[in-house]
Design a protein around this ligand. Structure first.
Ligand code: HEM
Length: 373
């Protein structure tokens, strides 16, 4: 396949680590970013709806607890977004830098919107703590998150369309226009939004197993979270099939014939099976009114695994789309600097160990009951 002439020339500096390693790290960190993003998108909307209940009900206590946790979730969204951005730039720089520059004004605005959203999340939580009406503050924060998600989907799909870059640049070199005419953009964005309520519901099922909630709050969390996850799991499934069906034929054929993507994706069983099992687990909690530690941990495990499957499949969509335009991500000169790679991996593992230790310290700390004012 001839390389589309709109791709800039390749950087003469070789890659400092094997491509498989960069891709592995990219997929691991991006999957974790997606778990956090979905918790934010779904958990926030659920907290907004629940915060409309009257004070001192289980519903309101849960809204307050979700809101408090969302300020922490946001730190994970941001910190787990940085590593995949770096890996994506190393692997797909010629495509990603170009699309980023073409929507430059919007891309830069993410920093401002993100900072404002973070502030609104704290306001939302503080107003709920003070017993004040807060749904509108949370709703503004959610709309901002949805807009950021839209801009990210826009960039990640524009980077796959070198054929429109030249016209966009001729229209504006300042990045003031957003692209149009891409049938994959909206299904992809809606898939992430539906996934938010699905993962948000599973998050509530997880919380139903935590000891800081009273028995009444736990059964409320399992009941509402389970029902939301079961219903939005089905919508997520439908959105996934829609997003896959609008891919170009060459990409669909490539996905079906590639062993890894076939296993991971919609055409195979990985993602479908995990979503189906997660829907069943959620239905058990929601409609079967089951509150149990094993169910709560099953919800976490399923959420992480299905995001990994989704990320692998999504990676396949990108690689095959770019390949159909002559860009082969595996076709790069690599000169591995093993001492740097070794140091990086040692620090990476040590960092994960420190995070696990921090999480265990927080989990073991004495906490007041959530419902206590
Ligand atoms: C409220 C904040 C955020 C939301 C709602 C959000 C949402 C999303 C969504 C929906 C996608 C998938 C887009 C698609 O492929 O269709 C995405 C991808 C991504 N996000 Fe975030 N994000 C947020 C913040 C961040 C931040 C702060 C960073 C980096 C510092 C980041 C880095 C990334 C990267 C690198 C990708 C895609 C990587 C790739 O495809 O290789 N995100 N994000």
């Amino acid at each position: 396949m001839q390389l589309n002439p709109n791709f800039p020339a390749v950087d003469p500096i070789p890659l400092p680590a094997p491509i498989w390693l960069l891709k592995l790290l990219h997929i691991v960190t991006l999957s974790l970013h997606f778990v956090a993003v979905e918790m934010l998108l779904g958990g926030l909307l659920l907290a907004v709806v629940l915060s409309i209940c009257s004070r001192s009900t289980n519903c309101w206590v849960v809204a307050r607890s979700l809101a408090k946790r969302l300020t922490v979730v946001m730190t994970y969204v941001i910190n787990l977004g940085v590593p995949p951005l770096l890996f994506a730039q190393v692997l797909y720089g010629r495509a990603l830098y170009t699309s980023t520059v073409l929507i430059g004004l919007y891309w830069i605005s993410i920093i401002v919107i993100l900072t404002f959203t973070y502030w609104m999340l704290y306001k939302f939580s503080a107003r709920l703590e003070a017993g004040k009406s807060a749904w509108w503050v949370g709703l503004i924060a959610w709309l901002c998150c949805g807009f950021i998600a839209r801009l990210l989907s826009t960039n990640m799909t524009l980077m796959l369309r070198p054929e429109v870059w030249r016209d966009m640049y001729s229209a504006s070199g300042a990045g003031v226009y957003l692209p149009n005419g891409d049938p994959t953009l909206t299904p992809r964005w809606l898939l992430m939004l539906a996934g938010g309520l699905f993962i948000g519901g599973l998050w509530m099922v997880y919380l139903s197993g935590r000891t800081t909630f009273s028995a009444g709050e736990k059964s409320f969390l399992a009941g509402v979270g389970g029902k939301v996850a079961a219903v939005f799991g089905l919508i997520y499934l439908a959105a996934g099939l829609w997003a896959a069906s609008v891919q170009p034929d060459v990409v669909k054929t490539g996905l079906q014939s590639h062993p890894l993507y076939k296993f991971a994706g919609f055409a195979g069983y990985g993602w479908l099976a995990l979503v189906a099992v997660a829907i069943l687990a959620a239905a058990l909690a929601g409609f079967g009114k089951i509150v149990a530690g094993w169910l709560s941990w099953a919800a976490v495990l399923l959420a992480v695994l299905l995001e990994i499957m989704f990320t692998v499949y999504r990676d396949g969509v990108r690689d095959l789309t770019l390949l159909s335009k002559g860009y082969d991500v595996w076709d790069r000169v690599v000169v591995t600097n093993w001492s740097v790679v070794g140091l990086f991996l040692a620090l990476f593992v040590a960092g994960l160990g420190v995070v696990a230790w921090l999480v265990s310290v927080v989990a073991r700390a004495q906490k007041p009951m959530e419902g206590a004012a």
